[in-house]
Every structure is written in structure tokens, then in C-alpha cells.
Design a protein around this ligand. Structure first.
Ligand SMILES: [Fe+2]
Ligand SMILES: [Fe+2]
Length: 365
């Protein structure tokens, strides 16, 4: 099975079967094994479901390596959405810190109980609910990075909680400015850049005793930069808390790899290069190196074009070299379909070949 973007499904050219039940508002929309047709695809579009798992000829034998199940992922995202909406409604209602802490603990348990601590720190984006999903992804990436840094569970929890709430201040910013498709005016930029302080104040005033000061500093400092050119306090280097430094890498990485109203998402491999290039200026470079060393650039089931012009599907990862996975060839360099031949290429052994780019489907170039 593999994860596909519904926008690139072409049921007239190709057969796809639903590999995992698809839910919408808690109700099963499509059962497992249903063959997709045009009307189902329309339904998915109308429900804003962008990614689904399918089984098809080319993805036979591929098992996505999800640390967090799709269902859990959606569930946690909904908790975040509810909580943020509560915060927006007013201080008397506000966040339910018990619920938030339980959610953080539950996810931490899932992640730390995996013996093979994730060969990937990036989870796949499933929906378009930007702020909630962003908060969730940043939290998960921070948890993984914290584990790599040998944080104990108490520290991990503080890191995760701060990361989950890092952008909570945004719920108090005018959504028209937040979601403005065009360029921001200097005044609008100033408005948006208030969110770390607004979030910090909101949490300190209302939950001061329930949230550790380290978690709060993540909210306040996640836009500070290593070179002192960030905001709100232009802190630099070691003056920025370590946890906030982790969060800032995870934050920028997630923002780059998701669709925004004002720009399309960057493929993971490009975002990784970009983060690396910003390394010494914006971030703690040690954290950047650690973070990028565990990013899976091409997930299992991704269709890719190789440097010799052939196309294939990522079949398995090489855990010690995440940018050189094992590929099953689908189309040879002359454009001939060779899926049936079951030819596998291990990019660790084929040193002269590399992945040129990721394709949306087997028919694109
Ligand atoms: Fe932020
Ligand atoms: Fe953020």
C-alpha cells in the first residue's frame, strides 16, 4: 500500500483500491478494498480529504512505516483543534490542561515504546487544517529530536507541551492577516510577530502553575535566531533555551513542507537542503545536523525519478542512509513499463544512481 494525494489519482488510467478505511467526521466514508471510481474521488474532494492509503499493483509488498497510526493522528489533531478553539472563545473557558497533558503523554508513550526509535522524524501531513496539524507535527518532531538528544521522559514532556502550544498565540491574531494570500504590509508583519509574546502571556496568566517555565520559554523564544536576528527579543546563541532551539528547527521545517495560502509546499528533500543552508545563521547547527540525519526524504510508496531517467517506487528505507532507499523499478530509462519484472535497486550499492526528484504519480515526468 502507499499514501497518495487524491488530486493526482487518475481512475481512468489506473486501478486503485482503498487500503485503510477512510473516515469523515467519525463515519466510515469508504471501506477497505473498495475500488475507487470518479464519484468516490469527488466525494473525497468534497470532504477535503487530501491523502489516502491505496493498494495497487505498483505498491504491492510495501508497508508504510507509521509510528503514529492515521487514526491516532487525526484524533490528536482534533483534540488540538478543540483546545485552540476553546482558547479563542475566552479565558474563562480556555484550555483543558489535563486533557492536553494526557494527550502529550499518550503520544510520548507511543513514540518511546517503539524499540526501533523511528527512522523518521517527519510524519505525513494528512489534512489542510494548518495551525492544528502544524502544532501536532512540530510536537512530534520535537519529541523525536529530544529522544535523539537523550532527554529523559520528564524533559521530553516539557519539550512536547511547549512545542504543542508554541503557536497558541496565533489564535488571538486576526485570521485575515494570518491567512492573507499576498505579501504582508509592515504593520501586518508586526501584528503576526506578536504571537510568541501573546501566547506566552496567555499561558503564563492562565496556566502559570500548570506549565513549566521551560515549556513557556519555547512559546516565547521559538522565533529567536542563532544569529540574534529573530524576534521578539533578538536573543542569540546560547541565550536561547535549548528546547526553543529544537522547536525553531522543527517549526521552520514543518512550515516549509506544508501548503500555505501564499505558497506551495516544498518537497522534503528540498526543505532539508534549505534548512541546512540556513544552519549556522538561523539555528543551532548541531540540532540541524541531528534533525536532518533522521528525516526520511522519500517515504515508502513515493514515486521517484532516478538520475538515469527510470522511474520507481520507494520500497524500503536504508536505516543508515535515509536518502538512499531501496527502489522497485516501474519504468525503465526508455519509458517501458517493467513493474512485472520485480527489479529492485538498492541505492546504497548503486552508487552512481541517485533520486532526481519525487513524482506525483507514475505518469508524470
Ligand atoms: Fe510561531
Ligand atoms: Fe509555528
Amino acid at each position: 500500500m502507499r499514501l497518495v494525494n487524491v488530486n493526482y489519482i487518475d481512475v481512468e488510467k489506473y486501478e486503485y483500491y482503498v487500503a485503510k478505511p477512510i473516515y469523515s467526521n467519525g463515519i466510515v466514508l469508504l471501506q477497505e478494498n473498495v475500488k475507487l471510481n470518479l464519484s468516490y474521488v469527488k466525494q473525497l474532494n468534497s470532504k477535503d480529504i487530501q491523502y489516502i492509503y491505496v493498494s495497487d499493483e505498483i505498491s504491492e509488498g510495501i508497508e508504510p512505516n507509521d509510528t503514529i497510526s492515521t487514526e491516532k493522528y487525526r484524533e490528536v489533531k482534533d483534540v488540538i483543534k478543540d483546545q485552540f478553539n476553546m482558547a479563542k472563545k475566552g479565558k474563562n473557558i480556555g484550555l483543558n490542561m489535563n486533557m492536553i497533558n494526557n494527550t502529550v503523554s499518550e503520544l510520548l508513550d507511543i513514540i518511546t515504546s517503539k524499540r526501533d526509535i523511528s527512522h523518521s522524524i517527519n510524519e505525513i501531513r494528512m489534512t489542510d487544517d494548518y495551525l492544528y496539524e502544524h502544532s501536532l507535527n512540530v510536537m512530534v518532531s520535537c519529541m523525536y529530536t529530544g529522544i535523539l538528544m537523550k532527554y529523559d521522559k520528564i524533559k521530553l514532556h516539557k519539550l512536547a507541551l511547549g512545542a504543542l502550544l508554541h503557536d497558541v498565540g496565533k489564535v488571538f491574531i486576526d485570521s485575515e492577516i494570518l491567512n492573507k494570500p499576498g505579501k504582508l504590509t509592515p504593520e501586518e508583519r508586526i501584528e503576526i510577530e506578536k504571537h510568541p509574546e501573546i501566547g506566552y502571556r496567555y499561558v503564563s496568566d492562565n496556566y502559570g502553575s500548570e506549565i513549566s517555565s521551560l515549556s513557556k520559554q519555547i512559546i516565547l523564544q521559538h522565533h529567536e535566531k542563532w544569529n540574534g536576528k529573530g524576534y521578539p527579543n533578538q536573543l542569540s546563541g546560547d541565550c536561547i533555551y535549548g528546547m526553543a532551539r529544537i522547536c525553531s528547527v522543527a517549526d521552520v521545517f514543518d512550515a516549509l513542507t506544508s501548503d500555505r495560502v501564499y505558497r506551495k509546499k516544498m518537497p522534503i528533500y528540498k526543505a532539508s537542503e534549505y534548512i541546512y543552508s540556513l544552519g549556522h545563521n538561523d539555528f543551532d547547527f548541531e540540532i540541524v545536523k541531528l534533525f536532518l540525519s533522521r528525516i526520511v526524504k522519500f517515504k515508502e510508496g513515493s514515486i521517484v525519478k532516478l538520475s538515469d531517467g527510470s522511474k520507481g517506487i520507494v520500497y524500503n528505507q536504508n536505516k543508515h542512509m535515509l536518502d538512499r532507499p531501496i527502489i522497485k523499478l516501474l519504468v525503465d530509462r526508455n519509458g517501458k513499463n517493467i513493474t512485472y519484472k520485480n527489479i529492485f535497486i538498492d541505492l546504497i550499492e548503486e552508487k552512481t544512481l541517485f533520486i532526481e526528484k519525487q513524482l506525483e504519480n507514475i505518469f508524470s515526468n
